[in-house]
Design a protein around this ligand. Structure first.
Ligand code: HEM
Length: 519
């Protein structure tokens, strides 16, 4: 047996070893277990831990290696639960389109229970009337085209503010800037102001708030042993549940403060009240007595957390990967810059309405999402019923992982897949799209659970990346050769670079374009 992966502490390893021994002995006594289902091929599982020993710190890499041996539809056992991994466009299509409804549920996790009000946001919500209503409301009320357009000035102002800050810096660690610009945009769109910067009246200092957000992201991305081996959950061997309860309590204090402030304005303004941000909209929706399923205060807080969680890290991580690839591929960087000079000129910044006129930039974003999807295994689905495919059975209760990272690097699907070549998306209609219809490129997922923030996410990534390239000439710091730039990843709720990218930015536009007055 291989050594246990890093998620296993030594006390946990001792508990598991004892349990493993017991279960093995009991099994021998009972005789070989009868196999009811004809599962897809996969590695033989151990009692108790299943195949957890084969999952390393980068699960999408481990799964790809295993799939190369067992095939594009592979069985695994994750602790107590059966799982399948799809790693070809055809198998992805089967789960996300052909039988989407059978695989639309989510596994229950401690993070959903403790960090988002017993799964009252969309992300962790089980399939059912509450989730269906939530999706409709996101589409119709929060992310409709009119609302997104009406908040364009917020995105523009915050991007400008980031450019202004960058102008004062020489070598920059981009990640923090990218995280902050996205958080500021989301805060203003969702909460009405930038609580992390402008903490006035907030229960936390900006530093505490920043810590809280990091903790929330971290805890939503961990592999919590109690989720896969439920009878060990009472032990909380990694201490994650304790941390989840603590951060949830702190976040709740913050969200209560936000909701109180919003309700206070509604009371004060009475008939004159107009919803200014998404929390206002959510509170109005929660007040509607004709809702199919009531939205309680916890629901408003759960959706708000989803908006902050979904909208911050995803776009920041994508832009950091794009900048890394561009700095490693100077010819691609030169072509993207040339397009910006030609289409925008040097006397203004890039606006959202310019994006459709920048096909090379769009191709750079697609190519980044092919090689560096922020959620390489999408987010786990759960089968709601027994399903058969290609002569194999997938029992109800199976976790489904779609390895879009492996699909993006499959030589059977992509020519020279390891090369960063945006040109593959040019000509002939732009090649595959990212909106869930082309199963070789699924950075936002597909089907009923497709990312509901796709419109905002794409706007943010394009606006930030295009303006970074337009406003500055970029290079790696002295002594760092392009071909030596590390492209290692680290796994969590998203998959960012292991080592944050550092680069040197030299302003190239007239000084007045960097001047801002942001509220
Ligand atoms: C570059 C930006 C983004 C990327 C790459 C991305 C990617 C994803 C992916 C892969 C999923 C899982 C889809 C599936 O299981 O099939 C997802 C779900 C989700 N995303 Fe995004 N996302 C982005 C931006 C956003 C934004 C801006 C928001 C909201 C402000 C958001 C909110 C959500 C939510 C709430 C879900 C869960 C939906 C559900 O389970 O019904 N995302 N996203």
């Amino acid at each position: 047996m291989e050594p246990l992966p890093p998620w296993a502490s030594s006390s946990l390893a001792a508990v598991l070893a004892t349990a493993l021994l017991l279960v093995t002995v009991l099994r021998r006594r009972r005789g070989a277990a009868t196999r009811k289902y004809n599962l897809p091929p996969g590695p033989r599982p151990w009692p108790v831990i299943g195949n957890l020993d084969l999952i390393g710190p980068l699960p999408h890499h481990s799964a790809r290696k295993l799939s190369a041996r067992h095939g594009p539809l592979m069985s695994l056992r994750l602790g107590s639960f059966p799982a399948v991994v799809a790693s070809s466009p055809d198998t992805a299509r089967f789960f996300l389109k052909t039988r989407d409804l059978a695989f639309v549920d989510r596994p229950r996790t401690a993070a959903g229970r403790y960090t988002t009000y017993k799964c009252s946001g969309l992300f962790h919500s089980p399939y059912g009337a509450y989730w269906r209503q939530g999706r409709k409301l996101w589409q119709a009320e929060l992310f409709n085209a009119r609302r997104l357009a009406s908040l364009e000035h917020v995105r523009g102002e915050e991007v400008r503010s980031m450019l202004s800050d960058l102008r004062a810096a020489a070598a920059v660690a981009l990640r923090e800037r990218l995280f902050m610009v996205n958080l500021n945009v989301i805060s203003r769109m969702v909460l009405g102001r930038k609580y992390i910067v402008d903490g006035a009246g907030s229960p936390f200092t900006p530093e505490e708030f920043r810590w809280l957000i990091d903790e929330h992201f971290f805890l939503n991305g961990v592999l919590n042993i109690g989720d896969v081996i439920p009878w060990l959950s009472w032990l909380d061997p990694q201490g994650y549940v304790k941390r989840m309860k603590r951060s949830a309590k702190m976040f709740d204090r913050f969200l209560e403060h936000v909701l109180d402030e919003h309700n206070e304005r509604r009371r004060r303004e009475g008939e004159e009240f107009v919803a200014m941000d998404m929390v206002d909209v959510l509170l109005e929706l929660a007040d509607d007595p004709n809702r199919e399923v009531p939205i309680h205060r916890d629901g408003v807080k759960g959706f708000t957390l989803d908006l902050i969680g979904g909208g911050t890290d995803t776009s920041a991580v994508t832009v950091e990967w794009a900048m890394s690839e561009l700095l490693r591929n100077p010819d691609v960087l030169a072509k993207a810059t040339e397009e910006l000079d030609r289409v925008i000129g040097r006397d203004r910044l890039v606006a959202e309405e310019d994006i459709p006129n920048l096909p090379y930039m769009e191709a750079v974003v697609k190519e980044t999402m092919r090689l560096h999807p922020v959620a390489p295994l999408l987010t786990p689905r759960l089968s709601r019923e027994d399903v058969s495919v290609g002569g194999y059975d997938i029992p109800a209760g199976t976790r489904v992982l779609i390895n879009i990272w492996a699909i993006g690097r499959d030589p059977a699907v992509w020519e020279a897949p390891m090369e960063f070549r945006p040109e593959r998306f040019l000509g002939g209609g732009g090649g595959a799209d990212v909106k869930g219809q082309d199963f070789e490129l699924l950075p936002f997922g597909s089907g009923r659970r497709i990312c509901p923030g796709i419109g905002l996410g794409l706007k943010m990534v394009h606006m930030i990346l295009a303006n970074l390239l337009h406003a500055f000439a970029w290079r790696l710091p002295d002594g760092v050769a392009a071909e030596e730039l590390s492209m290692e990843e680290t796994f969590g709720l998203t998959v960012p670079r292991r080592v944050p990218l550092e680069a040197v930015a030299e302003p190239k536009l007239p000084a007045h374009l960097y001047a801002v007055a942001v509220p």
